[in-house]
Design a protein around this ligand. Sequence first.
Ligand SMILES: [Cu+2]
Length: 211
Amino acid sequence: MASGGASLALAALLLVSCTSAAAATKYTVGDASGWTTTGDYATWASGKKFKVGDTLEFKYAGGAHTVDEVSAADYAACSSSKALSSDSAGSTTVTLKTAGKHYFICGVAGHCSSGMKLVVDVAKAVSAAPAPAPAEAPAPAASADTTPDAPDATPSTPSSSGVTPKTKSPVTDLSPPGKKSTSTSGATGLSAAAWAGLGLAGLVALHLGAF
Ligand SMILES: [Cu+2]
């Protein structure tokens, strides 16, 4: 039962991470120009609000350039000798996994110094909204999980029985007034119509009798 609760919690977490991933933005570095020596990536990055989960797609001719993530010092020095990651496949997609500044340079000699460098300031993912959701979700899932597994467990029985009357009472309280109001209005409506009909019939009968 512990594993069941854990897997449910995991599933909830996965769902949350999937939803946040769906909200992530995919940026093509340099837009149509791509990752090139003639790009101006400071201008390209300015005004963009990068956040954790977003992806950067570097487009370039495979082998012509590299995408190296480096430290701030190596970014300033255009050195990729201690690169945190490196790729030269031609289409490099980098997922921004952590908040803070991320530095990318091209490792080909002379390219970084000619402007092939990009720094992005990544903001924390908007975790304020998704955070309360997983906290609420595992609570009912865990209690529902313990009830069938351990019916003899004392805390589960009062909690489940305590829930049922609460849900039943508003239903029983609501249904009688609803039924009464409709039935009485229907009855009065019918009787009024019946009396009117009888009155008309009586008048017609009187007229017929007079003739
Ligand atoms: Cu290059």
